[in-house]
Design a protein. Structure first.
Length: 349
C-alpha cells in the first residue's frame, strides 16, 4: 500500500523547488522544474547526521542526499557522526573552515552545542536543525528546525493504549508497562518518554521500568530479555522506535511468550514509533506490533525549502512540524483524540 506524507505549509512559498521525495510534484517532471546549474553557482551545504542507528535514520539520510543534488543547485558535504557528539562538533568546525553556505545538523543530544553554534554564527553561516532539537539559552544560534512533535507522538500512542484497553474492559491498574527508551537525552526520547509517563500517572497505569535500548534492534532484544527475567507480569511494551520493537518481539518469542494485543489471555502488547521499517510494518499487519505512531523521516525537501527561503532574505518559521499518522490493524479503535484534535487510525499502510 502507498503511504503519503504531507509537506509543511512553508513549501507553498517556493513551489519551484518541490521536486523530489515527499513532494506533490511527480519526480518524473523534476527536469522541467530544476535547471542544471553551472558548478560556480552551486550552494554548498554541510550536513552533520548523528549516525545510522536505525532504518528511520537511514531513510532520513537518503532524503537529504536526494534533495541536495547538483541538478538541484547544491553541493552537499555529508558527515556521519557515528552517534558521537564530538564527531559532530568536529564536522561543524570543518564546515566552517570550508566556508559552506549553510549547515544542517541532526544533533545527537540536546545539550552541549552553544560554543560550536556560536562559532557558526560568527562565521555568518545559518544553521538548520533537523529531527532533534538543541537546548540553548540563545535560540538565535540556529535559524530554524524541521521535525516531529515527539511528545505529541507519545500522547497519541498513550491515547490509543487507553482507548483500546478501555474497549476491552481492562482496568487501568491491570496494565503493567515497560518502556524501552531511545538514546537518553535525545529529543525523541525525551518527548516519547514524557508522553507515556504523564499518561501513566494520569490514568493509574503501572509503569514498572524505563530502560534505554539506544534505538537499536540488538539493544532492544537485550533489554527486553532482561526485563522479562526481572518482571513476570509485563503485558505492555512501549518501544520508542521500531528497531527496538523488533528486537523486543524476538526476546518475547524466545522466552516462549506471544506478542499481540490479547493481553487478557497472556499476550504481551507491543507498541512502537517510526513506521519506516518494513518488518515492523509487517508485524503491525500481523498484530505482533499493536500500534505504530508514525515519525516522518522525509526532511530533505523541507530543509531545501527553508534554505530557499533564507536565500532570498526571508525569515522562515522557527519550528516546522511534519504531519504524522497512527498505524494499526488491531480492531476496536478507529480514531483517538489528543488536545481536542482527532487522529484517524490508518488500517492500510
Amino acid at each position: 500500500m502507498k503511504r503519503f506524507f504531507k509537506l509543511i505549509p512553508l513549501l507553498l512559498l517556493i513551489p519551484a523547488i518541490l521536486a523530489g521525495c515527499g513532494s506533490s510534484i511527480p519526480s518524473e517532471n523534476a527536469e522541467e522544474i530544476l535547471e542544471t546549474p553551472k558548478a560556480d553557482d552551486l550552494v554548498t551545504v554541510g550536513f552533520s547526521q548523528l549516525g545510522a542507528e536505525s532504518d528511520w535514520r537511514s531513510a532520513n539520510t537518503d532524503s537529504m542526499l536526494s534533495a541536495f543534488t547538483e541538478e538541484a543547485g547544491y553541493n552537499l558535504i555529508y558527515k556521519n557522526g557515528q552517534q558521537k557528539q564530538a564527531n559532530q562538533i568536529t564536522a561543524i568546525r570543518m564546515f566552517i573552515q570550508q566556508e559552506v553556505d549553510y549547515i544542517v545538523l541532526a544533533p545527537s543530544t540536546e545539550d552541549g552545542w552553544e560554543t560550536v553554534l556560536g562559532e557558526a554564527r560568527e562565521a555568518g553561516i545559518p544553521v538548520i536543525l533537523v529531527d532533534r532539537r538543541v537546548n540553548t539559552a540563545d535560540k538565535n544560534l540556529y535559524s530554524c528546525w524541521v521535525g516531529s512533535d515527539f511528545e505529541l507522538e507519545g500522547k497519541k500512542m498513550a491515547a490509543w493504549i487507553k482507548a483500546y484497553t478501555e474497549s476491552k474492559g481492562i482496568a487501568p491498574e491491570d496494565l503493567h508497562i515497560v518502556n524501552i527508551q531511545g538514546n537518553i537525552g535525545s529529543t525523541a526520547q525525551i518527548g516519547r518518554t514524557r508522553g507515556l509517563a504523564n499518561a501513566a500517572r494520569d490514568n493509574g497505569w503501572d509503569l514498572m521500568a524505563e530502560v534505554s535500548g539506544d534505538f537499536t534492534e540488538n539493544r532492544g532484544r537485550e533489554v527486553m530479555g532482561a526485563l522479562l527475567k526481572r518482571f513476570d507480569n509485563i503485558n505492555v511494551v512501549y518501544c520508542e522506535n521500531d528497531n527496538m520493537a523488533i528486537g523486543a518481539i524476538d526476546a518475547i518469542e524466545s522466552a516462549g511468550r506471544k506478542a499481540g494485543p490479547n493481553i487478557q489471555n497472556g499476550e504481551i502488547m507491543v507498541v512502537s514509533f517510526d513506521g519506516v521499517n518494513e518488518t515492523a510494518l509487517d508485524y503491525a499487519r500481523q498484530g505482533k506490533i499493536s500500534c505504530i505512531a508514525e515519525c516522518n523521516p522525509l526532511h530533505g525537501p523541507r530543509v531545501r525549502a527553508l534554505i530557499e527561503v533564507l536565500k532570498i532574505g526571508e525569515t522562515p518559521e522557527k519550528f516546522n512540524y511534519v504531519d504524522e499518522m497512527l498505524f494499526s490493524s488491531v480492531p476496536g479503535v478507529d480514531a483517538i483524540v489528543v488536545d481536542d484534535k482527532t487522529y484517524k487510525v490508518e488500517r492500510e499502510y
